[in-house]
Design a protein around this ligand. Sequence first.
Ligand code: HEM
Length: 294
Amino acid sequence: QSLSANFYSSSCPNVLSVIKTAVDSAVTNEARMGASLLRLHFHDCFVNGCDASVLLDDASDFTGEKTANPNSGSLRGFDVIDTIKTKVEASCAGVVSCADILAVAARDSVVKLGGPTWTVLLGRRDSTTASLSAANNNIPAPTLNLSGLISSFSNKGLTAREMVALSGGHTIGQARCTTFRNRLYNEANINASFATSVKANCPQSGGNNNLSPLDTSPTSFDNVYFKNLQIQKGLLHSDQQLFNGGSTNSIVNTYSSNSATFFTDFKNAMVKMGNLSPLTGTSGQIRKNCRKTN
Ligand code: HEM
């Protein structure tokens, strides 16, 4: 089966408004939560498809993905998803998957922070397992060079242009010092005054969890991320790789000068990412609690 926009229109007609109300409230309370929810959906979809595997705690028969290198001490928003799931179960018990809740929450987060909207296709079901090793192997690391970033996304059927558009997700949110320290102290393709100011909160030793914004407007979903790349103000090594004289420079230039093109490409790529290997029909299950299998 394939996903469809109206999947819950008779079984849970209010699900979209329940999710939107909860996301709006969480993001109003803390803007960064919108970024965290978007990232959760990405880290779900890149690991054996969009099946809510990222939400599972460790269980007796598997180790969950929350302790994988890209996720540990880093992923946030699980409590917001729990709150939404509880509300959805109250009106439509056993109907709406955690994977669909994540996909809708990611879209609503982007909209709340000023980004584009799109129709989320629905009907994903939830996995009965998770894979720590797949999380470690499939989620791209910030140490990757451009060729590694392109391969990581092409392994998921996504083009280089879609990789650049989706990297525009870094127009919102924060990163920890440990993920960009090497760039600050050892790379040459970084704006000098930017490096100096970020170093103040990311010393050569210590401060691993100190945060810096991924672009200069981290609570607005806009194209400033790409403008920052053009002046060597990418925070992560992987960010600056997109504008370092290689094949994707022209795409960064396009998104920097035309935010409508970025928004269109971003939403189309989000739909495509959201279609990665969903469980449908009678595969998987509808979890009652997103943290554990039924
Ligand atoms: C292109 C390859 C990517 C790499 C190497 C990468 C890497 C990272 C890293 C290292 C962080 C900081 C994590 C931390 O310090 O705890 C981060 C944060 C983030 N990433 Fe990515 N990412 C990539 C693609 C994406 C995509 C495709 C999206 C969504 C469409 C995304 C959305 C985010 C968001 C929103 C944050 C901030 C989260 C928050 O503030 O809680 N990233 N990413």
